[in-house]
Design a protein around this ligand. Structure first.
Ligand code: P6P
Length: 300
């Protein structure tokens, strides 16, 4: 029987010594996931506030945002955080080593139906906001039938499953299957740009299957495992699409690129975009390299 490698053992092996603080940071993410998972059944309903995007916040959004920021503050490891639920960068510890971007509960509108939600982290040494290429790691927690933690560093994407023994290594060095078989695209088809609609119709003609679940983490996770493309595209009335560059698109673009895939805003890798603000939205396309290259040719 294969050795059970816990998250803690794996991190110590891979990031012991000089990167011990990085290991501590990822371990904390696992602890955060355990607590959020336990709280999800209790946190229902709308808060009486809106986020900077004018979106009504759910009780769960606000609780998770505060909980995660407080947890990282208590470690002393984190200098500052840029959260989707906050108007600006939040300073935590002057002597902190890492700067973290956060989507505390991505897809929280799925909670009412108990569909997939997740937490996304981008990990930097550079001060925020900065371009996604400066990430030294990225991770997401998927609150699914099995809670999983997907954690990426340079050229390495690993997946851990939460079990009664805590998080254990499930898959090491995940690479995007080639060719892929799925596509998912947000927004209304009538609002897609004509070139994008034609591109999607081409994929359908080639037999790509539609998978769209309304949470970026859940839909991205399917592309990571089956290959294909996920898009929240530029729309007629929303040329920047819906997803947030710092909190959502950068971490997932980092992960897909370490798994051998690619990302684009229609022109260049999302990781090379210089943020204009912490809350900037960006047209987001992530998936197999060939599909992204083909899309860039069509859109540019
Ligand atoms: P729509 C969730 O609110 C989110 O930011 C992403 O997780 C998801 O991909 C998208 O919005 C879903 O948007 O328009 O399908 O509800």
């Amino acid at each position: 029987m294969a050795e059970v490698i816990t998250l803690e053992k794996y991190l110590k092996r891979k990031y012991g010594g000089a990167d011990e603080k990085f290991a501590d940071l990822i371990l904390k993410m696992g602890e955060i996931g355990e607590r959020i998972k336990d709280e999800l059944p209790n946190m229902r309903g709308k808060a009486d506030t809106k986020n900077v995007f004018g979106e009504i916040q759910l009780v769960a959004d606000k609780w998770a945002d505060k909980f995660i920021i407080d947890e990282f503050r208590a470690t002393g490891l984190v200098k500052a955080m840029a959260s989707e639920e906050q108007e600006d960068v939040v300073q935590l510890n002057d002597k902190g080593i890492f700067n973290i971007t956060l989507d505390p509960l991505d897809g929280s509108s799925n909670m009412k139906s108990n569909n997939l939600v997740g937490t996304m982290f981008g990990i930097y040494k550079e001060d925020l906001p900065t371009k996604g290429r400066n990430q030294i790691g990225a991770a997401y927690i998927l609150y699914g039938p099995v809670m999983s933690l997907v954690c990426a560093t340079k050229n390495r994407v690993n997946k851990f499953f939460y079990t009664k023994k805590g998080f254990i290594l499930k898959q090491e060095n995940i690479k995007l299957p080639e060719p892929g078989i799925l596509y998912g695209a947000g927004g209304l088809r009538k609002d897609w740009l004509p070139e994008f609609r034609k591109y999607i119709e081409g994929l359908e003609a080639e037999g790509y299957k539609l998978r769209y679940g309304g949470s970026f983490v859940g839909d991205f996770n399917q592309i990571l495992h089956y290959g294909g493309i996920f898009a929240y595209p530029a729309l007629a009335a929303k040329p920047n699409g819906k997803l947030r560059l710092l909190a959502e698109s950068n971490p997932m673009s980092y992960i897909i690129e370490q798994a051998g895939g690619a990302s684009t805003n229609g022109k260049i890798s999302i990781l090379d975009i210089e943020p204009e603000s912490v809350n900037q939205r960006i047209p987001t396309y992530v998936g197999n390299k060939g599909l992204i290259e083909k899309l860039e040719k069509i859109l540019s």
